[in-house]
Design a binder for this molecule. Structure first.
Ligand code: ASP
Length: 606
């Protein structure tokens, strides 16, 4: 399906020395008119005496015909090659019925050329722009990104991106949000991801940090009485890159004063409905469902489950209360839990089952996985079958609703949080690989009331699940960090977190307490966040907000799976811009100016 946002045709009238019409705008209504078009040679067909050129610009393609009657200098037209930039004057002519091309928007007409200007030539290309060949390596595409941008795939996606951002801006403007820019040269603060640092030449030995998000600025804008803020903000995080992550990315950043959770949800739901209507041509049913984190985690082992398929986690701990299986006995003794996924009526082969076991260990963080497949007669078939009672299926039916012969249980046991996380990953992968997902559906919903903190076993510290400015639920007992829920919310769509935010702390005492709990001492808090704590003492309104990941949102609307394809000039998976070859070493003098000495030694020099 072509999304509405992909539409190419232009409504603009244009006139310059190079063109009087865009290629895609020439229609049968122009038959008989003289037009000038300009663009790139998309394809060339040389029929000896007559040359056909498909000319491309950002609006589409139009066919040009060079024949000796109207264009005697045919030799000149013979020199045209792919991606030459040309401007052509000619007469719009209706094609004969036999040559009409129904697959082309301008397929009913052609332009019979009577003059040709070659504006610029092109060397043979590293890959053919016209072919849209999916086998061209991404490395080559990113190295020649400016050529890749000429493909209709990239033209369409970037136009969709522009159109979506336009809808966002219009919607927020109507709601009296104010677009305010915040600094890119910012301050390094503890917590969160690693910062990208920028040395300050004027302040030797000191560094700016690129903002991981405009979080503190947007809160200070609320203290500054700005009421409703938004920004299409660039954020920078120096963290491990994954397929759907970029070191710099764009988010729709929002903050509101005197707000609450419901208020924030309503603003975002209205925005999503506007995008839905414009780009899917459908109404989004509102309000969206709101789930609590603990319920979602219990059922799906994830805080962003894909609900386009069922397959909930079943807690089957009681089924093994009197088991003779040693490892399950010890799980139960240690207060662990046993969870299972029940895959209905699927004839797994032995090799498939073993492969799921090994993937559970290697990819999904489990220490093991036990499968029990029920044969047609209901007998359990499993490496541990001899330890299971004869009537195991009947017993299982008491805890797993609907389980019957020919179903399979995938079982993971151990610490609740860890096992459920493994089961969640297993569930997602089963969903994709057993084709359980109904791709015609969309599931967009909220997850709220996350824990405020999680305990980091490695550093033996409490860390914020969201960020340190998130407000605890009203009346929380801060002396028991483990049990506190946050006033936070995530927006989840088909298994992706597309946004998240919270109601913030606006009381300096609570904010100070938060820093202490996070292991940020009084002195460090003063040094790193003194400006914020001061601001909170000088009349701070209650406030809250959210940020939506724009790159990911475009990916979801465009229904593509590579986040780099939503960005004009992305970095590769090692954070490198293949086109410019950034980052690079710099001149020794540049480092001297900054009073920086690099200790790095390239491996081959060691
Ligand atoms: N600053 C947060 C983030 O980037 C979003 C928010 O709390 O508004 O994830």
């Amino acid at each position: 399906m072509r999304l509405n946002g992909f539409k190419r045709k232009s409504k603009m009238a244009i006139k310059s020395e190079y063109r009087s019409s865009y290629c895609g705008n020439v229609t049968p209504n122009n038959v008989g008119q003289k037009v000038t078009v300009a663009g790139w040679v998309h394809r060339r067909r040389d029929h000896g005496g007559v040359i056909f050129i498909d000319l491309r610009d950002h609006t589409g393609i139009v066919q040009l015909v060079f024949n000796p009657t109207t264009y005697p200098a045919l030799d000149h037209a013979h020199t045209l090659r792919s991606e030459f930039v040309i401007s052509v004057v000619g007469t719009v002519t209706k094609r004969s019925d036999a040559t009409i091309n129904k697959n082309m928007a301008t397929g009913e007409i052609e332009i019979v050329a009577d003059s040709l200007t070659v504006i610029n030539k092109s060397l043979p290309l590293p890959f053919n722009v016209a072919d849209e060949d999916e086998n061209i390596s991404e490395e080559l595409r990113l190295t020649y990104r400016y050529l890749d941008l000429r493909t209709s795939r990239m033209q369409d996606t970037l136009r969709l991106r522009h159109n979506m951002i336009h809808v966002m801006r219009n919607y927020l403007h109507e709601l009296e949000f104010c677009d305010i820019e915040t600094p890119i040269l910012s301050k390094s603060t503890p917590g969160g991801a690693r910062d990208y640092l920028v040395p300050s030449r004027l302040n030797p030995g000191k560094f700016y940090a690129l903002p991981q998000s405009p979080q503190i600025y947007k809160q200070l804008l609320m203290v500054g009485g700005m009421n409703k803020y938004y920004q299409i903000a660039r954020c920078f995080r120096d963290e491990a890159l994954r397929a759907d992550r970029q070191p710099e990315f764009t988010q729709l950043d929002i903050e509101m004063a005197f707000t609450d959770e419901k208020n924030v949800r309503e603003v975002i739901e209205g925005l999503m409905a506007a995008l839905w209507e414009k780009f899917f041509g459908k109404k989004l049913a509102l309000p969206l469902n709101v789930f609590e984190y603990k319920d979602v985690y219990d059922k799906y082992g994830s805080d962003k489950p894909d609900l386009r398929f069922d397959l909930p986690i079943q807690n089957i701990t009681t089924l093994f209360e009197s088991t003779t299986l040693k490892f399950l006995q010890s799980t139960l003794k240690n207060g662990g839990q046993i969870g299972a996924l029940c895959i209905k009526d699927y004839a797994f082969s032995r090799a498939e089952l073993e492969s799921w076991v090994s993937r559970t260990i290697k990819e999904f963080g489990g220490s093991g996985m036990l499968y029990i497949r029920f044969d047609e007669d209901g007998k359990p078939n499993s490496p541990v079958a001899s330890f299971l009672p004869e009537d195991f299926l009947t017993q299982a039916q008491k805890v797993v609703p609907g389980i019957t012969a020919k179903d399979t249980l995938f079982i993971v046991a151990g610490d609740y949080n860890k096992s459920w996380l493994t089961l969640g990953k297993l569930r997602t992968n089963l969903g994709h690989e057993l084709k359980l997902i109904d791709k015609s559906q969309d599931h967009l919903f909220w997850v709220t009331r996350f824990p405020l903190f999680e305990y980091d076993e490695e550093t033996k510290n409490w860390v914020s699940c969201h960020h340190p400015f998130t407000s605890p639920e009203v009346g929380s007992d801060l002396s028991k960090p483990g049990g506190i829920t946050a006033r936070s919310y995530d927006l989840v769509w088909n298994g992706y977190e597309i946004g998240g935010g919270s109601i913030r702390i606006h009381d300096d005492k609570i904010q100070e307490q938060m820093f202490t709990l996070l292991g940020i001492g009084k002195e460090e808090a003063e040094q790193k966040f003194g400006f914020l704590l001061n601001a909170f003492k000088l009349g701070c309104p209650p406030h809250g907000g959210i940020a939506l990941g724009i790159d990911r949102l475009i990916m979801m609307f465009a229904k593509i799976s590579n986040i780099r394809d939503t960005i004009a000039f992305p970095k590769n998976q090692s954070g490198i811009c293949m086109m410019m070859e950034a980052p690079t070493p710099v001149e020794a003098q540049q480092l001297r100016d900054l009073q920086i000495r690099s200790t790095y030694v390239a491996p081959e020099e060691k």
